[in-house]
Structures are given as C-alpha cells and as structure tokens.
Design a protein around this ligand. Structure first.
Ligand SMILES: Nc1ncnc2c1ncn2[C@@H]1O[C@H](COP(=O)(O)OP(=O)(O)O)[C@@H](O)[C@H]1O
Ligand SMILES: [Mg+2]
Length: 258
C-alpha cells in the first residue's frame, strides 16, 4: 500500500491569535493549523514574534506582566487559552526545548525522571525504564549509561540539549516545541539534533523555530514565515522555498533582508 492522501490530522488549530506586550502588538491575527506527526518550521527575522508564538502554544507567556492575548488556540479540540486549562497537564503533552540547554543542576538520571515523578510515577523499576527509553530516544543512552548519576551539567552542550529533549520525551508528550534548539551548538551536535528531529516525527508532532533557513529546509514538512508579528506565508516547505507566493517571503529567503 502506498501512502497516498495521508490524512492530515490537526493537533493545533490557531484562530485569530493576537498578543500584545503592553502596546507592542507582537502577534497579529494569526491563523495557523499544525498537523500531526509533521515538523513545522517557523522562520523570520529577529523580533518578528517567533518565540512569542511558540511559547503561546503551551501558554508560557500568559503570566508575563503586560501581556494580553486574544483569539483561540485549539489543541486537540480544546481552546487552551481558556482560564480552566490545566497547564501542568498541557505541558506534559506539549513539551518545550529552548535555545540554551537548561538541564537542572542534578544528575542525568534525575533530569529525566523529574517530569514522570511530578506526574506520580514513583516505582523505581518504572522510572529506570522511562529514563532508559527516553535517553535511547535521543541517542544518548550509549554515551551516558555508565554515568547516569553524574551531574548533567558535566555533559557537552550538544549532549545537554539532547538530555533536555529526553526530559521532554519522559512525560510521553504528543508535541514538542523547540525554540532555536541548535543555535548554540557546533555543526556536529546540530546535525545530531536534526537527525533526531527526523526520527522523532515518526511519533511526535514538532514545531521548531529556526533562524537557519537551510535547517528549516532540511528538517521540516511545513514552513511558516513570520514578519513583524504577521504570518505572511505557511506552506509545504519545498513549495515555500522554491515558489513562495508572497513577495516578502521571496525577498527574505533570497537574502534581501533579515
Ligand atoms: N517578555 C517580553 N516583554 C516585552 N516585549 C517582548 C517580550 N518578549 C518579546 N517581546 C517583544 O515582542 C516582539 C517579538 O519578540 P520575539 O517573539 O522574541 O521575536 P523572535 O523570537 O522572532 O526574535 C519584539 O518586539 C520583542 O521586543
Ligand atoms: Mg526568538
């Protein structure tokens, strides 16, 4: 059987999303579907709202002073901007990885076990299994299995970033958000993370902000181009880079600004 006409199931359905930092209108009328088991890349010049947008997907910025958010972010059919949303549960399902790898000052093991413990897993054998599987999931197991109780901060930058992804995987998420996950890494570590992203998308939905257009082209299925708080264009990655429909996208990808 071929894979013709794969059903594109929506994980996020974002409608008329607007966000202000006081009077700074940082996201403007964003309509944005995000599909299951795809990699969606977000590109655009510095300050265009990429980080603001991706943080909004697990409601990380609502508590920032002066922030006002309007519109809908439907995640699996529920508007997570409603005050009732259980943010602990949401963040278990929608994990986040940042530009600067941010392991806790604890052991490698404890970094990965932390999330599952918060969510009520306490059995040692179960935790061991989660830690092993999560570290295998990011191709870090072989490198660290003999020093699981050593400090995570002793790992290299690239290993720390893979550990942070393992930490996100440990709570069995559905979606992983990554905000410029490789911009602090060397080329080899970057390549490993890119390979990992291609593997992870078999099981997870991934949204990645990158300032590197080649990276977007290498890893993503869909690419979104943001400019000054607006979503200018969202399309199949191949299409967006070969035949953009908006002049501003074309100007950006051909290096005329940014
Ligand atoms: N915590 C914040 N408080 C106030 N303004 C912010 C904050 N974070 C971002 N901004 C502003 O929102 C706009 C978009 O920023 P950001 O989302 O960080 O862009 P990008 O990630 O594309 O570089 C910018 O004008 C920035 O100055
Ligand atoms: Mg940013």
């Amino acid at each position: 059987m071929g894979v013709i006409a794969t059903q594109e199931k929506e994980v996020f359905d974002i409608r008329e999303l607007n966000l202000w930092y006081d009077t700074n209108h940082a996201l403007k009328d964003i309509d944005f579907p995000i599909h299951e088991k795809e990699v969606t890349a977000i590109i655009g010049p510095s300050g265009c709202g990429k980080s603001t947008f991706i943080k909004t997907l697990n409601v990380m910025n609502r508590t920032v002073p002066g922030v006002r958010i309007q519109g809908e972010i439907n995640y699996r059919g529920k508007n997570i901007l409603r005050p009732k949303t259980d943010l602990v549960e949401l963040r278990k399902q929608v994990g986040m990885v940042f530009q600067q790898a941010t392991p806790f000052p604890k052991s490698i093991y404890e970094n990965v076990a932390y999330g599952p413990k918060i969510h009520g897993v306490h059995k040692k054998s179960k935790l061991n299994e989660i830690v092993e599987n999560s570290l295998k999931g990011v191709a870090l197991w072989e490198e660290v299995k003999d020093r699981l109780h050593a400090p995570a901060l002793g790992l290299s930058g690239g290993q720390q970033q893979r550990l942070c992804i393992a930490r996100a995987l440990a709570t069995e998420p559905d979606t992983i958000l990554m905000d410029e996950p490789t911009s602090a890494l060397d080329p080899i570590s970057t390549m490993k993370i890119e390979e990992l992203i291609l593997e992870l998308k078999q099981k997870y939905t991934i949204v990645i902000v990158t300032h590197n257009m080649q990276q977007a082209a290498r890893v993503s299925d869909k690419t979104a181009f943001f400019l000054m708080g607006e979503l200018i264009e969202l399309d199949e990655t191949k299409m967006l880079f070969s035949n953009p429909s908006d002049q501003r996208t074309e100007d950006y990808i051909t290096g005329r600004f940014g």
